[in-house]
Ligand binder design. Sequence first.
Ligand code: RBZ
Ligand code: NIO
Length: 352
Amino acid sequence: MAPELAPEMVPNSTLELAPDPAPDLAARIRHAIDTKTKPPGSLGRIEDLAAQIALLQGTLTPRMERAQLTIFAGDHGIAAEGVSAFPQAVTAQMVLNFLGGGAAANVFARTAGVALRVVDAGVAAELAHPELIVRKIAPGTANSAHGPAMTAAQCERARAAGAALGADGHADAVCFGEMGIANTAAATLVAHKITGRPVAELTGRGTGLDDGGLRRKTEVLQRAAGRTGALTPADALAEYGGFEIAMMAGAMAAAARARRLVIVDGFIASAAALVVLTEAPKLRGAMVFAHASAEAGHRAVLAHLRAEPLLSLGMRLGEGTGALLAWPLVRAAAAMLTDMASFDDAGVSRGL
Ligand SMILES: Cc1cc2ncn([C@H]3O[C@H](COP(=O)(O)O)[C@@H](O)[C@H]3O)c2cc1C
Ligand SMILES: O=C(O)c1cccnc1
């Protein structure tokens, strides 16, 4: 397994994680992929994915055996503004559904052979369940339409709790999902402050607002955004984010620094990745974007990050469902490089 990378060893000027164990590794990976028994380039983006994984793990024989999904749940004060089609109580109810194995994320995790765990990052209700990981910062954020969602100290605590969970265990790839009614509103405001894209372009229907609901949500978010001027990513996260989004950001950064592949889910997860990559661009080499969410703002966030997602399925759920569906592609890419025969191995004639 590749050595852990101390944060201070990481320069921010390149896309790859560095220092690279061998300067010619990227060229040797490319050569290994090009000499597999297939026309060069014929596996398309699976080849790029294999190269990324190999570079991340610092090897010509990458391993992708185990993936884990961690779902972070938190409530949002801005839900009081009517920005979601569903009531806040659904956050806690869905946490119990995850723990009971009945949500989409559970079903996809089972079909993909991925372990799943659930973290209470800041759900309003008191929840007790033997398998629930409790890291509750507070019972929900404050309403960011009127003031900061959380204090800087709370945000730091959330990121640290996420970091501890992001780098534990033995998974080769990590998926982070979220549950939090009104968190498309929170993600929209974080993305607006970091990308500078207009609130109206980033605001979407979330759980299914109708046209009137979308108009009201856009107005609420425009007013909330107008409370503050330009913000650093850390300040944008504290001012407008959620405890589950901050924990995801901490988990993603720690996992990337531990050279785990981070499979980034939809709009909310991408808002967390946006915070991380704006602060530490070189962690991009550890991140794969799973799918293009149907939530309106995702396209702009992906474009800002110059990220091309693997899948486009019209999904808009969150929970890590998109990341779970991308996991078999990630596995296949690594196995292609590690297990596939070369022309020389198999005695197959090369082309012109
Ligand atoms: C039953 C149910 C299950 C979900 N699972 C994920 N979300 C998703 O929807 C929420 C964000 O949308 P909004 O900002 O419009 O509230 C988040 O909880 C997200 O994870 C769900 C939403 C519902 C209703
Ligand atoms: O893409 C997402 O993450 C998403 C979209 C809508 C609702 N919840 C999550």
